[in-house]
Design a protein around this ligand. Structure first.
Ligand code: SF4
Ligand code: SF4
Length: 476
């Protein structure tokens, strides 16, 4: 009876968290290690395209004016040949719906790739990290530099870094503001310190936002502020491609000599993860992907590049961390064509078609009729009844157009006022007119009738619209 009962150690296996003291400073700042690899190259490629498009678009000219100008003051968005007005809200709504479904589709298919490869927050963060790396050195050097007391070298490096960050932020801000106000004048006015109050305010505002976001907030934006991080899991399923660690292959993790033969390695009972922590050090959100799918992961693939490099050096097969699906990870195959994904694709197709149709069938003129509210009607010296209206003729085209106005619907009624006007491209023409008629031709207190507006497009094709209004005479 003295023999002890054998007990099994069921102490939970300790989750390997990043060595926090090594990754964070006292301000919880993440020191991101630079990484090279295929996915990093893809991100740079997309980042450069995005930056190029963002920087070039406001400088493009079309028909002698800025090709893309979102003039909020004038409530007019010019996009090359198209000018959108508040009346074109449906087009804006379609654009938003199409963007939302495109995001749903991509997220269901490939997780948060938008966040990792195209999102401005990620692009600017990586630009800022690049400057940090070039000026302050590698991750270890930056950590040591921050722990060091201030000296001349540290002062110069920090100053240079912040000036370069501010320079990028200022350029970003001016370019962004240039989408809303003519950019050439904005740059000239800024260089001569002659910029208007609001333009100056927004330049400073967006400079501070860019500097704060990409320089300091970084992962906080992705993990705590961006709503997309919160609802993306609703779009994920077991076939969504996302960055994942293969625990079956990687565990039991642990360091080992590179010289170990496969037989010796078998004896150690170790998996392929050498616990080098590089995947954590390169992560811009500071997480350990080996702990499983986490909402902080932006699918940037930096850990994939880092781990592939380690696997290469160890002589192991790449892909311990990879873009894969839960099904594939558990030994199955990824089902690409699945109902949810097909559903998103169908809705995306329908909404894109409706958007295209709406743009194609869009009439480039509009009339807004305002009835005079001061007097419902008045009697003229000739005993006729007169109703007064103000017509707002909107030329949505970018070229000047001649508009002809006429009426129909009340027998014998006369249109009194200018019936043919030239309306400048993208402008509204206010036209006061009146309609007179014999009271004996009216049988009701309120008689509906139509205004007609006619113009010709660039190809000489006639465009007509009509709008119904009311003629009032209460003494019928
Ligand atoms: S980089 Fe790869 S080997 Fe190194 S700790 Fe991460 S998963 Fe393990
Ligand atoms: S875990 Fe990997 S993919 Fe996810 S954010 Fe970190 S580095 Fe990027």
């Amino acid at each position: 009876m003295s023999e002890k009962i054998k007990i099994k150690d069921i102490t939970p296996v300790k989750i390997h968290k990043p060595a926090e003291s090594a990754n964070y400073s006292s301000r919880n700042r993440i020191y991101v290690r630079a990484v090279e690899g295929m996915l990093e190259n893809i991100r740079r490629f997309f980042g450069l395209i995005f930056l190029g498009v963002f920087a070039v678009i406001p400088w493009l000219q079309y028909n002698g004016s800025q090709a893309v100008l979102l003039d909020i003051g004038e409530q007019r968005f010019t996009i090359f040949a198209m000018t959108l007005w508040p009346q074109d809200l449906t087009i804006l709504a379609y654009i938003l719906i199409v963007s939302a479904f495109a995001l749903f589709f991509i997220t269901t298919f490939a997780g948060r790739v938008w966040c990792g490869f195209m999102c401005p927050q990620t692009t600017w963060t990586f630009i800022y990290i690049w400057f940090e790396e070039k000026i302050e050195g590698s991750r270890n050097k930056r950590m040591k530099l921050d722990q060091r007391k201030m000296d001349l070298d540290k002062f110069v490096r920090k100053t240079l870094k912040h000036f370069s960050w501010l320079g990028v932020a200022l350029l970003t801000s001016m370019t962004f503001v240039g989408y809303f106000t003519p950019i050439d004048a904005l740059f000239i006015d800024s260089l001569t310190f002659n910029v208007s109050f609001w333009a100056g305010f927004f330049i400073i505002f967006f400079t501070v936002c860019t500097y704060g976001n990409a320089g300091y907030m970084r992962e906080i934006m992705c993990t705590h502020i961006c709503p997309y991080a919160r609802f993306q899991s609703a779009m994920f399923d077991k076939d969504t491609y996302t960055v994942a660690y293969d625990p079956c292959r990687g565990e039991q993790r642990g360091p080992r000599s590179r010289k170990l033969s496969p037989e010796q390695l078998m004896e150690t009972n170790l998996g392929d993860c050498i616990d080098c922590n590089l995947c954590v050090q390169v992560c811009p959100t500071g997480i350990d992907i080996r702990n499983g799918l986490q909402y902080e992961c932006i699918n940037c693939g930096a850990c994939v590049d880092a781990c592939n490099d380690v696997m290469d050096k160890m002589g192991y097969e790449k892909g311990l961390i990879s873009f894969t699906s839960e099904h594939q990870l558990s030994g199955g195959t990824t089902k690409v064509f699945r109902p949810k994904l097909i559903g998103y694709a169908v809705v995306l197709f329908i909404m894109t078609s409706l958007l295209a149709l709406d743009i194609y069938t869009r009439v480039p003129l509009e009339i807004d009729i305002i009835k005079d509210r001061n007097s419902l009607y008045r009697e003229t010296n000739q005993g006729l009844i007169e109703n007064v209206y103000t017509l707002k003729l909107l030329n949505k085209a970018q070229q000047d157009r001649t508009f002809k106005v006429s009426i129909s619907g009340i027998e014998g009624a006369q249109y009194i006022g200018v019936s043919e006007v030239i309306v400048r491209g993208g402008e509204v023409f206010t036209l006061p007119i009146s309609v007179v008629t014999d009271p004996y031709s009216l049988t009701e207190e309120v008689t509906e009738f139509d205004f007609h507006v006619e113009t010709q497009d660039q190809d000489g094709e006639i465009i007509k619209i009509q709008e119904t209004s009311r003629f009032i005479f209460t003494d019928v």
